[in-house]
Structures are given as structure tokens and as C-alpha cells.
Design a protein around this ligand. Sequence first.
Ligand SMILES: Cc1ncc(COP(=O)(O)O)c(C=O)c1O
Length: 414
Amino acid sequence: MARLSSVPPLGIKSGKGGWVFDEHGNRYFDAISSWWVNLLGHSNERINAAIKHQLDNLPHVMLAGCTHEPVVKLAARLSERTARNLGHVFFASDGSSAVEIALKQSFHYWRQCGEVDRTEFVCLSGSYHGETLGALSVTDVPLFRDAYGPLLLAGLTVQAPDSRLGNEEQALAEMSELLSTRSGQISAVIVEPRIQGGAGMVMHSVNYLKKVRALTRQHNVHLIADEIAVGCGRTGSFFAWDQVDRENWPDMLLLSKGITGGNLPLSLVMTTDKIFEAFLDNDFKKGFLHSHSYTGNPLACAAANAVLDHFDEGLEQQIRIQADSIRESFAHFDSEPRIGNLRQCGMVLAFDVAGVIENFAEKFHLAAREHELLIRPIGQTVYVMPPFVIDKDLSQHIGSAVTKTLHEVLSNAL
Ligand SMILES: Cc1ncc(COP(=O)(O)O)c(C=O)c1O
């Protein structure tokens, strides 16, 4: 906070496509989609039109005793995308709330089944699931956690798989050991499928997720797929889970961020008939209660339906072409000195910079602005996660701006 006076924030006035423009008329390519939310470019015409249309009809109504077309349509379309395996959708406004809902729903489900000892949640090392108290309890980032340690739920952390370390078998063995010894106390395992974003774009294979699904089934523990960052096409398919097993879904799947194209806050928890039905009771206390003022806001749902229109028209194919184009613009990074672990999953590409450079992330961020790029490394991991508006020129702009910035930061650090 004290650094705000020496590093003032950019005053952003407008955005169009992949670009944002500051109050002095400078432009910056939003290479990290404004914290992974912007999906289809700023001021996307179709999404804007959907929001404006909804604004003139019904900006908001409570989702208690009332319902409305955009929310029903959105729930049906999402559920259809899982072939109705996850046929129920609970709405909230932000990612952390979706995590809270999933943890509560899992715990409450077991309670309803008479399994009152299941109070523990398992997360992976380095995981990031948000910063409200429940979500922070399954977030393994000391910077965010440490100040609040005494307030958090007791959680269990197991080794995360990391494609850089080749440790998937070991990570699976740890998970298996934990589930076989404590399954009676564990409510759910929560994972970020394919990419642990907050950990610094740590990637793992589809195979790891298949095996975790098998283990959680074997030990009768819920599996929560937090696709808040990686859903909506970021990994190359609408759900990251589409790549894992379309017959065998997690018990809950969470979306937020990109679901409205990054225009309005919305989050949701998708779940199975089995979990839904456990809460069907005339006794109010046995229902699932998470009252939330802006649940299923119609404007946000209208935006989300416009995003799904893009997917219905074949956006996934375009994403794959765009991902290849990004990869090509970083091809020369294989031979860059001090660069390691160049990795990519769909529209997320990352690499690590070797050798400790003080304040690397801030230096990189500031230097990149001079090359018309908005980017924020995590530690010494530089990554791009752009909106799905990439063509050859834009991917070249990103590749060349990152290269120039990197050379500057490294030569100033000598
Ligand atoms: C995987 C994941 N889960 C949860 C969250 C929390 O979402 P929000 O910031 O909307 O609370 C984030 C945010 O970055 C995230 O990446």
C-alpha cells in the first residue's frame, strides 16, 4: 500500500478488444485479461448489446420466490455442456463465494447423510481458491494466509503435481495415502484442473486428474473442480474437465471470471443430482442455505449467455488456432538465456526466469508498460493469458514486447 505513491496505478479510461487506453491516450495490450476475467476483448459488442437489452428489461430481481429467463437459460445451457451430469447450478457473484458454497454444500451433504465427522478439506500445495475465510483455508499461499492463520478451518495439504518436476506419481501416492487413512474425516478434495494459476501457472496432466477422480470415488470423498480461472476456454476446451473424462465428472464444478466475458461479477457452482437430492426436504434446515443478495443477477446472466453464444458458434476451434499463434511468437524463448520451463496449456503460456532478481515482478510490470503491454508476473514466473482476440499481429506484439522487457530487466539487474 505504501508503494502507491512511488508506483501510482494507471488511470484506464477505455478498453477495446485486447487493448486498454489510459487517460493520456497511451495503449496497453491486456496480456493477462485483467486478472484472468476478460475473455472476448474489452467492450465486446455482442456482450454489451446483451447487457443493454437486459438493462432495459430487468436489471435485477431476487432469486427467492422469483426466477427469470436469463438465469434459467444459463443454467440449462451449462448443464447441457456436461450432458446433464452436473444438472444443478447455484449462483453467486464472485469466485471466493463459489468456493465457500462448494465447501458448505459438501460438508452439509455429508451431515445430511449422518457423516458428521467429515469436517476436513484437502487442497494441493500452492493452491489458490480465494481469500474469504473458508476459501483461504484451502489456499496454500503464505502471503495471503499467514496473517489470518488462527481464523482458518483446519485443512490438509498434499503435494501438487508440477510438470516441471515430473512428480505426478509421487503426488498421487500422497493423495492416495491421505485418502486411505482419513477418508472418514474428509469432506472434499479441491483442485484447479490443469493449471494452478496463483501458484505461478503450475501445470499438470489430464492423467493426474483422471487418477484423482478415481481415488476420490474409491474413498467416497467429494471432488471439487475449481474452474474459476481455467474454465470458459482458457485451457483450450470450454471446461478444463472436458479434456479429462466426459463420462466421469467431478461432484462440483465452479465457474466465475470469464463466464460473463469479464464484464460483470457472477459465479456458480454446478453439481450432481445426488448432491441436489440430498437437500430436498420440507424442513428448511435441511435445505442448502446460502442467501446471497445478487444471486443470479440478470445482467450478469445475460452477459454469460452471450459468451455461450460465442462457444456455440465454434469458439473452441478458434482458441486452438490462437494458442498455436501465441506459441509461435515465443518459439525463440527455448534458446533465451536464463529462461526455463517454457510451458503452455491452451491460452496460458508461462516461463520462469532464473537467478534471484529483487522486485522482479514489479520491475517487469513497469518496464512492460513502456512496450504497450499490461502484464504482472507471479514471482519470477512470467505468463500471458490474453483474451481470445489473438491474431498473428497481436501474438507478435505480445512476444516481442515480452522479449524486449525481459532483456531490459535482465540487463538492468546485472
Ligand atoms: C482458481 C481460483 N479460485 C478462486 C478465485 C477467487 O475468485 P475471486 O477473486 O472472484 O473471489 C480465484 C481468483 O483468482 C482463482 O483463480
